[in-house]
Unconditional design. Structure first.
Length: 516
């Protein structure tokens, strides 16, 4: 199914029960659920296609008390999950978490997963991810774009309205209540009313430098978001309406990631919709494991970040001129320095010793825990666009159009430091093994990205947006990354679980309201 072109064309009406701003995972979940209760629903997406950040993800859904856990003999509950969820972030970040809201959310995850499975979506797992005390990670087959396809099919089947290329530029507020939106559709501004509510589901602000600078400081201005379309539109709309924003300085990243491969970045493991997808989903447990592993690993190499341990074990960063430019072991200074280089990019250089070290368990270049682990040879085979190997620095430099003289000088200068003859000019310490050997590997280009942002609109358990006094703003709701409500959701699968759960809950609440 082509998600860019298959949305049905409707004439946009002047009024709906529910208007949803954003066509990513949370917004589409909200639309699909509200339609189940007979609501008239409009989804407005500013991009030409649906998906948002959800559509770019591997797709882990982390939950507790699920039927899949019970089938595996695992006893679990939301209280234990809430305790374990608090172990992923550093204590100074976890201290900002809204524990009651996160506990409420985690108590709803099992029902959300069953709702998704009822749509024909398929998961494997549950898989472990320490410090979770039991396996809780349920992995969608093939990846998160399957959510988008399933929701889209449900919305169109129930005669919901989806309009892409339709940014919302203003919320309408009358007598203290949000009553609709102003959207740009086919080059014209249209005012559309919402009888029951407007739902903000427009994603995070990872690629909104003006918001990042405002809450984190100017030194992060040049860091990009892993989703270039994540511009904080929903946050700004909410703020303009008087909503309170929480934890806006908390971000996941900046972190180092390889640039995406050429072509369609939303590469799929399997078809995501239709009879073929249903058949393939049922056949997955019987497919040769090497085939599944290969495809999952290909996706892994697209989106996951290289491990920091590479630099602890002696790897160095070089820019496009073949020069070092920072202390590779210190973050976020490392990422900031990368963002200030030409093309905001850098390369990771491994010598023979380090390349050999990262060629087998437990020393991997990148991972999605218990899904796949990627080593040097995996990158050379599956991502030749971001990896190269040679028996000399000169040949290696030629493969990536780097200055060979600069590269050789850089290694020689590093080795003077590593051999203990003088201090490192960038302040690096602890290295005692010079770079050497007859095999050299270059990984990159890599860039510094914000992966997700934890700031969002303050909400209550009814997903209503709250103002600065903590009172609900009538008619306005916030879900997904727009409505994190002060939660800290680090660890694989929590952001997607929240997006889909908050979407389900708000859709159900608004859908039921039309019959009251």
């Amino acid at each position: 199914m082509n998600l860019e072109n298959q949305q049905r064309v409707y004439t946009v009406q002047h009024e709906y029960d529910v208007i949803i701003v954003g066509g990513g995972g949370s917004g589409l979940a909200a639309a699909a659920r509200a339609l189940e209760f007979g609501a008239r629903v409009l989804v407005l997406e500013k991009q030409p296609q649906l998906g948002g950040t959800t559509g770019m993800a591997i797709g882990s859904f982390t939950g507790n008390g699920t039927s899949m856990q019970r089938a595996a003999g695992i006893n679990d509950n939301p209280d234990d999950h809430e305790t374990d969820a608090g172990l992923f972030a550093a204590p100074e970040i976890e201290a900002h978490n809204h524990s009651d809201l996160r506990r409420f959310f985690l108590g709803e995850t099992a029902e959300t997963l069953e709702w998704l499975r009822g749509m024909g979506l398929h998961f494997h797992g549950p898989n472990p991810e320490p410090p979770n005390r039991v396996p809780r990670m349920h992995n969608i087959v093939p990846n998160a774009k399957a959510y988008i396809a399933a929701f889209q099919a449900q919305i169109l089947k129930q005669k919901g309205t989806i309009v892409c290329d339709a940014p919302v530029v203003e919320l309408i507020r009358e007598a203290g209540r949000v009553t609709g939106v102003v959207a740009e559709i086919q080059g014209e501004r249209q005012t559309i009313r919402a009888q029951r509510g407007v739902v903000l589901a427009a994603g995070d602000y990872a690629n909104a430098p003006e918001i990042i600078v405002r809450f984190k400081g100017d030194r992060f201005r040049s860091i990009e978001g892993v989703n270039p379309k994540a511009c904080g539109d929903g946050h700004l709309l909410a703020e303009q309406t008087g909503a309170q924003l929480l934890n806006m300085d908390i971000t996941y990243g900046p972190e180092l990631r390889f640039v995406p491969p050429p072509g369609d970045p939303f590469e799929q493991l399997l078809p995501t919709s239709g009879l073929l997808a249903q058949l393939m989903g049922r056949l997955v447990p019987y497919l040769p494991q090497f085939l599944i592993n290969w495809r999952i690993k290909r996706l892994l190499l697209t989106w996951q970040h290289p491990e920091n341990s590479l630099f602890d074990d002696g790897a160095i960063l070089i820019n496009s001129a073949g020069r070092r430019f920072c202390n590779e072991t210190v973050s976020p200074e490392r990422e900031i320095a990368i963002s200030e280089q030409t093309d905001k990019a850098a390369y990771i250089l491994l010598d023979e010793r380090i390349a050999g070290h990262y060629s087998q368990w437990p020393h991997f270049i990148s991972t999605a825990p218990k899904i796949a682990y990627a080593y040097v040879e995996d990158y050379l085979k599956l991502r030749p666009d971001v990896s190269a190997a040679a028996n000399s620095l000169e040949v290696l430099a030629a493969q990536r159009q780097l200055n060979p003289t600069h590269l050789q000088e850089t290694v020689a200068q590093f080795n003077v430091y590593a051999s203990g003859q003088q201090a490192d000019p960038f302040g690096r310490t602890g290295d005692s093994k010079p770079l050497a050997g007859n095999r050299w590997v270059l990984l990159g280009p890599a860039k510094a990205y914000f992966t997700t942002t934890e700031g969002g609109v303050a909400i209550n358990q009814g997903l209503q947006a709250l103002d600065e006094s903590g009172d609900p703003i009538p008619g306005l709701y916030a879900i997904g990354c727009n409505g994190l409500g002060g939660q800290v959701l680090w660890g694989h699968g929590l952001h997607i679980a929240w997006a889909l759960t908050s979407g389900r809950l708000v859709g159900e609440a608004l859908g039921k309201s039309i019959n009251q």
